[in-house]
Design a protein around this ligand. Structure first.
Ligand SMILES: *Cc1c(COP(=O)(O)O)cnc(C)c1O
Length: 223
């Protein structure tokens, strides 16, 4: 009897299909498996299948789960995808390999200080508030040039731009806009697309898609 595809294989196949349509190399799209709220037992099968990029949105939750899993799988790359308070910058720099939520000058200062202290440079995506929704965080579009300048001045490696478009609106125009902003600023990375829209994001240039529900099922509670 043939085994059914795992959720990881299904998402990888969808990434391959969307990349082909967009005439892109599927290897240029990093799948960040968003494991927030899910316990180590839910994460383990993906690790066993060979997946190594994972995303968490809370520093404290990640501190509880990942050091143990990383002992077994040292090649794991941890991505911080949630809003970061400046007072958690040190912990974030210590634990994460990539930060997707750099969005304000005070965080540039806090992260630069933490990186200097730990002698570790963590690549950061600058999160852009493409939908003009204050509550999600993200740098206002008008402030982006200044924030990028500050980050570079502080020796923070800028990996690219990230966005979290408004829910329940067609996301394609926001993805296209982020792609254009990245191009204007000569940045490689575009962190955009979630379970419901990562195919669209890939067609519009995503280099990092952040997929939770399609891999792990629905999250138990509000996050
Ligand atoms: C939770 C989350 C995701 C994943 O969302 P799904 O719809 O479960 O794929 C992606 N990006 C961010 C910033 C998130 O907080």
């Amino acid at each position: 009897m043939e085994k059914a595809d795992t959720p990881l294989q299904q998402v990888q196949a969808t990434i391959a299909k969307a990349s082909k349509i967009a005439r892109r190399d599927p290897g240029d799209v990093t799948l960040v498996a968003v494991s927030k709220t899910h316990p180590a037992e839910a994460i383990a099968p993906l690790l066993v299948e060979g997946h190594r990029h994972f995303g968490e949105n809370r520093v404290q939750e990640a501190q509880g789960k990942w050091p143990m899993l990383r002992d077994v799988y040292p090649a794991v790359q941890l991505h911080l995808i949630g809003q970061l308070q400046s007072n958690k910058a040190e912990d974030a720099v210590a634990l994460f390999d990539v930060i997707h939520s750099l969005d304000r000058p005070s965080l540039v200062t806090a992260l630069a200080k933490a990186m200097d202290k730990q002698d570790k440079r963590v690549p950061c995506f600058v999160q852009v508030d493409v939908g003009e929704e204050d509550q999600k965080g993200g740098c206002p579009v008008a402030d982006l040039p200044k924030l990028l300048h500050l980050a570079r001045d502080a020796d923070i490696p800028v990996a690219g731009l990230m966005c979290l478009p408004p829910f329940d609106i067609e996301p394609a125009p926001f993805f296209a806009f982020l792609d254009k902003l990245a191009r204007d600023h000569e940045l490689e990375g575009r962190s955009m697309g979630m379970s419901g829209d990562y195919e669209t994001a890939i067609k519009l240039g995503a280099t990092h898609v952040r997929v939770g529900t399609a891999l792990f099922g629905r999250r138990p509670a509000l996050d």
